[in-house]
Write a protein that binds this ligand. Sequence first.
Ligand code: ATP
Ligand code: MG
Length: 564
Amino acid sequence: MAQSVSSSPSDFIREVIEEHLRTSRFKGRVATRFPPEPNGYLHIGHAKSVCLNFGIAAQYEGTCNLRMDDTDPAGESLEYVESIINDVRWLGFDWQDRLFYASDYFEQLYQFAVQLIKVGKAYVCSLSADEIREQRGTLTEPGKESPYRERSVEENLDLFARMRAGEFEDGAHVLRAKIDMTSPNFLMRDPVLYRIKRATHYRTGAKWCIYPMYDFAHCLSDSIEKITHSICTLEFENNRPLYDWILDQLKLDSHPQQIEFARLNLSYTILSKRRLIELVQEGAVTGWDDPRMPTIAGMRRRGYPPEAIRSFCARIGVAKNENLVDVSLLEHFVREDLNQRAPRVMGVLRPLRVILDNYPETQVEEFECPNHPQNPGMGSRGVPFSRDLYIEEEDFLENPPKKFFRLAPGKEVRLRFGYFIKCVSVVKDPNTGRVIEVHCTVDPETRSGFAPDGRKVDATLHWVSANHSVPAEVRLYDRFFQVADPTGDGDDFMKHLNPKSLEILGPCRVEPSLAGAAPGSRYQFERLGYFCADAKDSSTQKLVFNRIVTLRDSWAKISGKGRE
Ligand code: ATP
Ligand code: MG
């Protein structure tokens, strides 16, 4: 096999792999896997692992399996399996025919457990869960050996078979590894390998009433699939001796190397399925694919391109130390990607009516506007211009402060792709005093965007024609949580939810070219940010746009306000 072994591996995991390739530890093979438990949707942390495992397989011409790590019936479901398959595929990865289910290995795992009993390395323990915990010892004290530790192989085999046959109540017995109750590593103090649990498994139904524990199932699933490098997050570092112990006792030919890396933590959000489930169940969000969720499904619906997520994952790399990555780095990659490919359009979020007093009432011009300023290949579209327009409410101030460069009484600005206009008067709501109409004159000589006399304006405003534009709902998103580390001060992360994380605007007005916007399509609304027609709620009857991201990071730079 021709591997592309680089002269300088980009991270410590690739270093290990290349060392193994040099020493032929796995006969030149590289086989990884991404093993999610289908008990929730994937989040951006999982994306890091997906990119890492599939990326390594591609780089070294190896394989990467997608394995549902579904050995604990609680909370697992087909819905989650389907979402995982969807999300990994959407991220751009292909496992070909290697989609596996750990639950398919139940019989094999059971036989491995029998084998462990036979070699005297596992026993049926009849202590309760509490007793086992009490006897485990502490950091300074060794644990106590179970009184059932010396059961004979025959008795163990008999009891284990009867556990499987359903002869005992849940919790009556467990199967434990016989390792060392004095080990400084708690996980090596005769860990539980199997428990009795009457629960319906989403795939195997009621076939089993005993289920293997994670540590037992995981290493053996890796071995069964002949994985070479079992890459996992740091919290499993202490599990590695147990991983190796089980494979060693069973003398398995396929003995993968476990390698740990730091999980991704992202600011202003949470990355833990357990907690994300809480948000869904408590109704704090509309579902797993709520565009505020750090899930792949949420980001997809929000409009994040998969390429941007992959670039982000490549940039953060892998390391051994945990840290908190700023969510604005992810947004940076989203902007960078969309800047290249999102067609430009105009939309007005908070419409303010502008009337061009000297523009003929029935005249309509169609301006040919390029879809991308740097990429003529993206073509152009016609945008109608007429006497009645909408501009953004915040682009006009009746009594502007000195540094306000946009429209105000007596001031002249340019309309994007169009004329210079000058404000001559306003109409106010007699009850509220609010400006509801801005009257302007248009200079017909400025159609080119320049004044023949060379005079300049300070601002260019986006606009839509009042009678030609179409209504839309626009959903603006802000930080999901108000603090960078929502679980930093304990488990009550809900109290840190940002109550303003979603703002729904409407009716907004968008240019008519958007009338048939396909759900999921992405645009740059000039001056406002990138937007995506909502994949679920947007239709030609009712347009709904999600703001994917603003044009600039308004959190990093609150300055610069008032000037475009
Ligand atoms: P969670 O803590 O969100 O429940 P998990 O680790 O229990 O995550 P799994 O379904 O077991 O979820 O994860 C599948 C793979 O994704 C594992 O290999 C795990 O190491 C990896 N993974 C999970 N969370 C992260 C993260 N935040 N950063 C990097 N990798 C992660
Ligand atoms: Mg897990």
